[in-house]
Write a protein that binds this ligand. Structure first.
Ligand SMILES: [Mg+2]
Ligand SMILES: [Zn+2]
Length: 223
Protein backbone atom coordinates (compact mmCIF):
# COMPACT_ATOMS: atom_id res chain seq x y z
CA UNK A 1 0.00 0.00 0.00
CA UNK A 2 1.29 3.39 -0.89
CA UNK A 3 1.43 5.67 2.10
CA UNK A 4 -0.75 8.65 1.72
CA UNK A 5 1.24 11.81 1.59
CA UNK A 6 0.53 14.26 4.32
CA UNK A 7 -1.32 16.49 1.96
CA UNK A 8 -4.49 17.92 3.32
CA UNK A 9 -7.40 17.67 0.93
CA UNK A 10 -7.66 21.18 -0.42
CA UNK A 11 -11.13 22.54 -0.74
CA UNK A 12 -11.62 24.84 -3.67
CA UNK A 13 -11.11 28.52 -2.85
CA UNK A 14 -14.23 29.93 -1.22
CA UNK A 15 -15.67 33.41 -1.43
CA UNK A 16 -15.05 35.61 1.57
CA UNK A 17 -16.83 38.45 3.22
CA UNK A 18 -14.16 40.86 4.38
CA UNK A 19 -15.31 43.30 7.02
CA UNK A 20 -13.66 46.45 8.19
CA UNK A 21 -13.99 46.66 11.98
CA UNK A 22 -14.50 50.21 13.24
CA UNK A 23 -17.59 51.88 11.79
CA UNK A 24 -18.51 48.74 9.80
CA UNK A 25 -18.89 45.89 12.29
CA UNK A 26 -18.79 47.97 15.47
CA UNK A 27 -19.71 51.55 16.22
CA UNK A 28 -17.08 54.07 15.19
CA UNK A 29 -14.98 55.30 18.14
CA UNK A 30 -11.74 57.21 18.41
CA UNK A 31 -8.97 54.63 19.00
CA UNK A 32 -10.90 52.15 21.15
CA UNK A 33 -8.55 50.27 23.46
CA UNK A 34 -10.82 48.30 25.81
CA UNK A 35 -13.19 45.42 25.01
CA UNK A 36 -16.32 47.27 26.12
CA UNK A 37 -15.51 50.04 23.65
CA UNK A 38 -16.20 47.67 20.75
CA UNK A 39 -19.96 47.87 20.43
CA UNK A 40 -21.30 45.53 17.76
CA UNK A 41 -24.05 47.02 15.61
CA UNK A 42 -27.30 45.26 16.43
CA UNK A 43 -29.05 43.01 13.95
CA UNK A 44 -26.06 41.76 11.91
CA UNK A 45 -26.29 38.11 13.01
CA UNK A 46 -28.79 36.87 10.41
CA UNK A 47 -26.98 38.47 7.47
CA UNK A 48 -23.59 37.16 8.57
CA UNK A 49 -24.95 33.67 9.28
CA UNK A 50 -26.60 33.49 5.86
CA UNK A 51 -23.23 33.87 4.13
CA UNK A 52 -21.40 31.71 6.67
CA UNK A 53 -23.93 28.90 6.23
CA UNK A 54 -23.47 29.15 2.45
CA UNK A 55 -19.77 28.38 2.88
CA UNK A 56 -18.37 31.89 2.87
CA UNK A 57 -15.28 32.71 4.88
CA UNK A 58 -15.68 35.67 7.26
CA UNK A 59 -12.63 37.81 7.99
CA UNK A 60 -12.10 41.16 9.69
CA UNK A 61 -9.56 43.47 8.06
CA UNK A 62 -8.62 46.45 10.24
CA UNK A 63 -6.03 49.21 10.39
CA UNK A 64 -4.89 49.53 14.01
CA UNK A 65 -2.33 52.31 13.93
CA UNK A 66 -2.99 52.83 17.64
CA UNK A 67 -0.36 50.10 18.09
CA UNK A 68 2.31 52.14 16.24
CA UNK A 69 1.15 55.24 18.07
CA UNK A 70 1.57 53.52 21.45
CA UNK A 71 -2.09 53.99 22.39
CA UNK A 72 -2.61 50.32 23.21
CA UNK A 73 -0.71 47.04 23.11
CA UNK A 74 -1.01 43.69 21.35
CA UNK A 75 -2.43 42.28 24.58
CA UNK A 76 -5.10 45.00 24.65
CA UNK A 77 -6.01 44.22 21.06
CA UNK A 78 -6.21 40.49 21.81
CA UNK A 79 -8.64 41.21 24.65
CA UNK A 80 -10.75 43.39 22.41
CA UNK A 81 -10.87 40.78 19.68
CA UNK A 82 -11.65 37.95 22.09
CA UNK A 83 -14.61 40.05 23.22
CA UNK A 84 -15.69 40.73 19.65
CA UNK A 85 -15.47 37.04 18.71
CA UNK A 86 -17.56 36.17 21.78
CA UNK A 87 -20.20 38.78 20.93
CA UNK A 88 -20.44 37.42 17.39
CA UNK A 89 -20.46 33.81 18.60
CA UNK A 90 -23.48 34.67 20.75
CA UNK A 91 -25.20 35.46 17.43
CA UNK A 92 -24.01 32.16 15.91
CA UNK A 93 -21.31 33.86 13.85
CA UNK A 94 -17.79 32.43 13.71
CA UNK A 95 -15.01 34.67 12.44
CA UNK A 96 -12.35 32.79 10.44
CA UNK A 97 -9.65 35.40 10.76
CA UNK A 98 -8.89 38.85 12.15
CA UNK A 99 -6.14 40.68 10.29
CA UNK A 100 -4.83 43.97 11.61
CA UNK A 101 -2.16 46.37 10.43
CA UNK A 102 -0.19 47.68 13.45
CA UNK A 103 1.83 50.17 11.41
CA UNK A 104 1.87 53.88 10.78
CA UNK A 105 4.67 55.99 9.30
CA UNK A 106 4.09 58.66 11.97
CA UNK A 107 4.02 56.28 14.92
CA UNK A 108 6.25 56.31 17.98
CA UNK A 109 6.81 52.58 18.59
CA UNK A 110 10.05 51.35 16.99
CA UNK A 111 9.51 48.68 14.38
CA UNK A 112 5.87 49.63 13.81
CA UNK A 113 6.44 53.21 12.68
CA UNK A 114 6.98 52.35 9.06
CA UNK A 115 5.23 52.48 5.71
CA UNK A 116 3.94 49.00 4.92
CA UNK A 117 1.97 47.11 2.34
CA UNK A 118 -0.80 46.08 4.72
CA UNK A 119 -2.28 49.39 5.87
CA UNK A 120 -5.44 50.02 3.87
CA UNK A 121 -5.76 51.33 1.14
CA UNK A 122 -3.02 48.80 0.38
CA UNK A 123 -4.38 45.27 -0.20
CA UNK A 124 -1.77 43.32 1.80
CA UNK A 125 -4.11 42.04 4.52
CA UNK A 126 -6.64 40.78 1.97
CA UNK A 127 -3.95 38.94 0.02
CA UNK A 128 -2.57 37.43 3.22
CA UNK A 129 -6.04 36.29 4.27
CA UNK A 130 -6.65 34.81 0.84
CA UNK A 131 -3.44 32.78 1.06
CA UNK A 132 -4.07 31.68 4.66
CA UNK A 133 -7.72 30.79 4.35
CA UNK A 134 -8.09 29.66 0.74
CA UNK A 135 -10.16 32.55 -0.55
CA UNK A 136 -11.29 33.31 -4.09
CA UNK A 137 -10.73 37.08 -4.12
CA UNK A 138 -12.65 37.63 -7.34
CA UNK A 139 -15.74 36.07 -5.75
CA UNK A 140 -15.31 38.02 -2.51
CA UNK A 141 -16.66 41.28 -1.16
CA UNK A 142 -15.18 43.93 1.10
CA UNK A 143 -17.43 46.01 3.34
CA UNK A 144 -16.09 49.26 4.75
CA UNK A 145 -17.08 52.76 5.75
CA UNK A 146 -14.30 54.79 4.12
CA UNK A 147 -12.81 55.05 0.66
CA UNK A 148 -9.52 53.47 1.81
CA UNK A 149 -11.49 50.28 2.46
CA UNK A 150 -12.99 50.43 -1.01
CA UNK A 151 -9.60 50.97 -2.61
CA UNK A 152 -8.02 48.08 -0.69
CA UNK A 153 -10.85 45.80 -1.79
CA UNK A 154 -10.65 46.92 -5.40
CA UNK A 155 -6.87 46.48 -5.47
CA UNK A 156 -7.31 42.90 -4.25
CA UNK A 157 -9.85 42.23 -7.01
CA UNK A 158 -12.92 42.11 -4.77
CA UNK A 159 -16.27 43.78 -5.13
CA UNK A 160 -17.01 46.40 -2.50
CA UNK A 161 -19.79 48.05 -0.52
CA UNK A 162 -19.32 51.44 1.09
CA UNK A 163 -21.40 51.81 4.24
CA UNK A 164 -22.50 55.42 4.36
CA UNK A 165 -21.70 56.97 7.72
CA UNK A 166 -21.94 60.41 6.15
CA UNK A 167 -18.18 60.97 6.05
CA UNK A 168 -17.17 60.21 2.48
CA UNK A 169 -17.37 62.59 -0.47
CA UNK A 170 -18.17 61.18 -3.90
CA UNK A 171 -15.21 59.11 -5.13
CA UNK A 172 -13.21 60.61 -7.95
CA UNK A 173 -10.79 57.80 -8.80
CA UNK A 174 -12.28 54.64 -10.32
CA UNK A 175 -10.69 52.28 -7.80
CA UNK A 176 -12.19 54.27 -4.92
CA UNK A 177 -15.68 53.88 -6.39
CA UNK A 178 -17.61 51.14 -4.57
CA UNK A 179 -19.60 48.48 -6.36
CA UNK A 180 -22.55 49.60 -4.23
CA UNK A 181 -23.33 51.95 -1.35
CA UNK A 182 -25.39 50.88 1.66
CA UNK A 183 -27.28 52.95 4.20
CA UNK A 184 -25.97 50.69 6.99
CA UNK A 185 -24.14 47.39 7.49
CA UNK A 186 -27.27 45.22 7.51
CA UNK A 187 -28.16 46.73 4.13
CA UNK A 188 -24.64 45.96 2.88
CA UNK A 189 -25.04 42.31 3.91
CA UNK A 190 -28.31 42.16 1.99
CA UNK A 191 -26.58 43.56 -1.11
CA UNK A 192 -23.92 40.83 -0.94
CA UNK A 193 -26.51 38.12 -0.28
CA UNK A 194 -28.52 39.21 -3.31
CA UNK A 195 -25.43 39.23 -5.53
CA UNK A 196 -24.65 35.71 -4.31
CA UNK A 197 -28.16 34.52 -5.13
CA UNK A 198 -28.98 34.05 -1.46
CA UNK A 199 -31.61 36.73 -1.04
CA UNK A 200 -33.87 39.24 -2.73
CA UNK A 201 -32.44 42.40 -4.24
CA UNK A 202 -32.58 45.10 -1.58
CA UNK A 203 -33.49 48.71 -2.11
CA UNK A 204 -30.80 50.72 -3.92
CA UNK A 205 -29.17 53.60 -2.14
CA UNK A 206 -26.80 56.45 -2.85
CA UNK A 207 -25.86 59.16 -0.36
CA UNK A 208 -28.11 62.13 -1.10
CA UNK A 209 -25.13 64.46 -0.94
CA UNK A 210 -23.40 62.47 -3.71
CA UNK A 211 -26.39 62.88 -5.98
CA UNK A 212 -26.39 66.59 -5.33
CA UNK A 213 -22.67 66.84 -6.12
CA UNK A 214 -22.51 64.49 -9.10
CA UNK A 215 -25.91 64.00 -10.75
CA UNK A 216 -24.42 61.58 -13.31
CA UNK A 217 -23.85 59.05 -10.52
CA UNK A 218 -27.56 58.45 -10.59
CA UNK A 219 -27.29 57.37 -14.20
CA UNK A 220 -24.37 55.07 -13.46
CA UNK A 221 -26.24 53.61 -10.53
CA UNK A 222 -29.33 52.89 -12.60
CA UNK A 223 -27.48 50.54 -14.94
MG1 LIG B 1 -13.84 51.89 9.44
ZN1 LIG C 1 0.88 47.46 8.00
Amino acid sequence: MIARAAVRPRRPPAPALFLDRDGTLVEARHYPSRPEELVLYPGLGPGLRLLQDAGWTLAIITNQSGLARGLFTDADLDRMHDHLRAELAADGVSIDGIYFCPHHPDGVVPGLSVACDCRKPMPGMLRRAAADLGIDLAASWFLGDIRDDIQAGARAGCRTVLIDLGTEPPPTFPDRRPTAVARDTAHALAIVAAAAGLGPAPERYLPPRWLAAVPSLEVAHAR
